[in-house]
Design a protein around this ligand. Structure first.
Ligand code: ARG
Length: 398
């Protein structure tokens, strides 16, 4: 058997290489996808071969991740349960797709991933594999082997595998769009996230004077910061540091996993926080009230599909088509302030602004025909008048 394994270089997937060989007599091809995690990829490759991989692939997915996944998430203001920018979730589909490609090219019989049976990530990998390589078997060693972390280390040692892994107090998953932390002391939802575990979001003692920031959008996608045009992946990296320095972008969330468990999640996502806030604000300036209200429902459904492993449901593409249609007018600039842990929107402008100053103005020069308000207002409450009269309510005591 030949297996393509989604390989992060961590303990689970490294032990998986050996385990797949032993259990299934498999030839293991490891596939590592760079989606912006801070990793020494040479070291990852060395580790894969040391553990027995027959071939290793490193795929740079950063630009594609930004252009095909993050940009859609921004247009859809994607926040699961109103808070989590679905960063881990989004990257899983890209990683799984790259693994499937390698598996096909290498004539594999199976694909594998390192997800547990308790989380959401298994749904994203399994679904992508089932759709893209339905003929291949999917193996998830961690779901099968039932070893604790200590037992895994012991297993590795007994097989002569030397793992010089720097072990963290937390389970951390990082990509361009966000950094997710779980486990360790965070498992008690009462414990606050320790500052020393954070990478982008700095503690109050390091906050400096606030600063302004202008984000420019075209077609719903951010294209420039402070007048400087940049590629989306570069912009996200820039904003993660810049907003994080002011303490912006920490998300401490009690999250409902698909399997029915509540989970305490801590995310660092300064760029996502800034860009979605700015994007939503600009939409308020250019979209109609009804389009906005409907889009909010679409956004919630979009985030849910991405979160729940359902990227390949045709509904997601249909929602993307709706979102795309709304984004034509989402162009302009949003001025924000980063200040002592806060993110404030301070101004916005757009060539497609639906803000009619000539009508809304308080000055006498307004073109608004206020006399028309009288008839409009009377008819606006007509149903309230009729229904209350029909029920005999509020009748005057004559
Ligand atoms: N709860 C998030 C999700 O399901 C993140 C999960 C990954 N986090 C981690 N520390 N491994 O998308």
């Amino acid at each position: 058997m030949r297996v393509a394994l989604a390989y992060s270089g961590g303990l689970d997937t490294t032990v998986s290489i050996k385990w797949l060989q032993e259990k299934y007599g498999a030839e293991v091809i490891t596939v590592t996808v760079d989606v912006g995690q801070p990793e020494d990829f040479e070291e990852v490759e060395r580790r894969a071969y040391t553990a027995g991989a027959v071939k290793h692939y490193l795929i740079d997915g950063k630009a594609r991740f930004a252009e095909e996944f993050v940009s859609k998430a921004i247009k859809a203001n994607a926040l699961y349960e109103g808070e989590y920018p679905v960063s881990t979730a989004l990257a899983r589909y890209l990683i799984a797709e790259e693994v499937a490609k390698v598996a096909k090219a290498e004539g594999c019989d199976a694909v594998a991933h390192g997800c547990t049976g308790k989380g959401n990530d298994q749904l994203r990998f399994d679904a992508t594999f089932a759709v893209l390589v339905p003929e291949m078997r999917v193996i998830a060693p961690v779901r099968e082997w039932g070893m604790s972390r200590d037992e895994e280390v012991e297993y590795a040692r007994s097989k002569g595998l030397r793992l010089d892994l720097k072990k963290s107090r937390f389970s951390i998953d990082e990509n361009l769009w966000g950094r997710s932390l779980e486990a360790g002391e965070l498992e008690d939802p009462w414990n606050e996230p320790p500052w020393d575990a954070l990478k982008f979001v700095r503690p109050p003692s390091e906050w400096r004077d606030g600063e302004d920031l202008v984000v420019e959008f075209e077609g719903g996608v951010p294209v420039a910061v402070d007048g400087e045009r940049m590629r989306l992946d570069a912009m996200v990296q820039h904003l993660n540091f810049r907003a994080g320095r002011h303490g912006v972008g920490l998300i401490d969330h009690i999250e409902d996993r698909v399997v029915g468990l509540k989970s305490r999640e801590v995310y660092e996502a300064p760029a996502a926080t800034v860009l979605i806030r700015a994007h939503r604000d600009l939409e308020k300036l250019v979209l109609s009230r009804r389009a906005l209200a409907f889009k909010r429902q679409v956004e919630e459904e979009w985030a849910w599909l991405v979160y729940a492993g359902l990227w390949y449901d045709p509904l997601r593409e249909a929602l993307d088509a709706f979102v795309e249609e709304t984004q034509k007018a989402v162009a302009g600039e949003v001025r924000l302030r980063l200040e002592k842990g806060a993110l404030l929107v301070r101004g916005r402008r757009s060539p497609y602004s639906a803000y009619a100053e000539d009508l809304i103005t308080y000055s006498a020069a307004s073109r608004f025909d206020q006399r028309a308000g009288e008839a409009f207002s009377r008819i606006w409450s007509l149903e309230s008048q009729i229904v209350n009269r029909a029920r005999g309510r509020f009748r005057s005591g004559r």
